[in-house]
Write a protein that binds this ligand. Structure first.
Ligand SMILES: Nc1ncnc2c1ncn2[C@@H]1O[C@H](COP(=O)(O)OP(=O)(O)OP(=O)(O)O)[C@@H](O)[C@H]1O
Length: 326
């Protein structure tokens, strides 16, 4: 497990320099034989990521996470809106030198060793050969791959977790200021996910900005300073976990009976589960109890807590009529 020092603390001490900013970013894909079908993958997305923070972009499958990330990287052209990376419009060549990217399904050259592959990527960034050996050794250490294995074993013999770590090393070869990671934990076993979280935390300690897409909420909750929720191409909310989930000083109530109309004035993030209403108390507890009595509603439980990120995420999606499957 992580020590308390590894985990994000509140209030978050981030340097409030925006390094990624978007304004009303939209993307419409055109598909079909006559290109007459439209898929609105992003709708008016405006977000800000600050220097040195770990930012998690969450959303169910098909929410538009990869499209947003690829738009920021200049791989996908936005239909409208504006985005700036490190103070320059997206696509700027100098900025590309300062960013790293781990795609969801990285193409890895099977017949190369990890060392040969990383050496090849270093060459693409024109890293002088005198520096390459040192850089590759440092990165192998960081991602936890033995030098002897990296020199000998071909990538086709690597496990999914090892390949993901090689992918991470290639994303860092140019010592980027911002690292974009598309679903870095997807398909990994618990140990692989743990290692990937550790790598991300050590990058954060080095002061790097990390922007990653994920639908593994437990990982996000453990390592992110701030998050944004994306659903059906729209950014539903963004902020720190405390801003979004509360600081644990709010009452979570479960009530039997009644309807959303009688409860909405008292409970926020209202959801219906196991034949009961679940929500977070907005007003005074004693007044709420009087209200329940007046309407003959049954209080099943009430406790001080904040919802988990997963509960919050599901509530937010349900409130918009979206079902989330993992
Ligand atoms: N090149 C493309 N052409 C047409 N439609 C696309 C293209 N890329 C993505 N889409 C559509 O855009 C929507 C958003 O896709 P995107 O891959 O960005 O979502 P996502 O949140 O990354 O999903 P996942 O978690 O499954 O990877 C989906 O409806 C998808 O089918």
């Amino acid at each position: 497990m992580y020590s308390a020092a590894d985990l994000p603390t509140e209030p978050i001490q981030i340097n409030a320099v925006p390094v990624v900013q978007t304004w009303n970013l939209s993307k419409v894909y055109r598909t079909g034989f006559w290109l007459n079908q439209k898929i609105e993958s992003l709708k008016d997305c405006s977000l800000t990521v600050y220097q040195g923070e770990t930012f998690g972009l969450l959303g169910p499958n098909g929410a538009g996470k990869t499209t947003l990330l690829k738009t920021l990287l200049g791989i996908v052209r936005p239909t409208s809106g504006k985005a700036v990376l490190l103070g320059h419009p997206i696509g700027n060549l100098n900025v590309k030198q300062k960013i790293g990217y781990l795609p969801e399904n990285a193409y890895i050259y099977d017949y190369l060793t990890a060392w040969e592959f990383l050496d090849f990527i270093a060459g693409l960034f024109h890293l002088p050969s005198s520096l390459r050996r040192k850089r590759i050794t440092e990165l192998l250490d960081l991602v936890g791959l033995a030098r002897s294995t990296a020199l000998k074993k071909k990538l086709k013999q690597y496990s999914k977790g090892m390949l993901q770590r090689v992918g991470m090393a290639q994303a860092l070869i140019n010592d980027p200021e911002i690292v974009f990671l598309d679903e870095p934990m997807s398909g990994l076993d618990p140990m692989g996910r743990y290692r990937m979280r550790e790598i991300i935390l050590s990058l954060k300690k080095q002061g790097k900005t990390i922007f990653f897409n994920s639908h593994i909420l437990a990982d996000v909750e453990q390592i992110c300073d701030r998050i944004a929720l994306l659903a059906l191409g729209e950014l539903i909310c963004q902020g720190s976990l405390n801003e979004l989930l509360g600081d644990g000083n709010a009452y979570q109530a479960i009530v039997k009976g009644g309807n959303s109309e009688t409860l909405t004035p008292w409970l926020t993030n209202l959801s219906w589960e196991n034949s009961c209403w679940h929500g977070q108390l907005i007003g005074e507890l004693d007044q709420f109890l009087i209200h329940l009595k007046q309407f003959d509603l049954q209080l099943i439980s009430i406790h001080l807590a904040r919802p988990s990120l997963e509960e919050f995420f599901i509530q937010q999606l349900r409130a918009r009529g979206i079902e989330f499957s993992r």
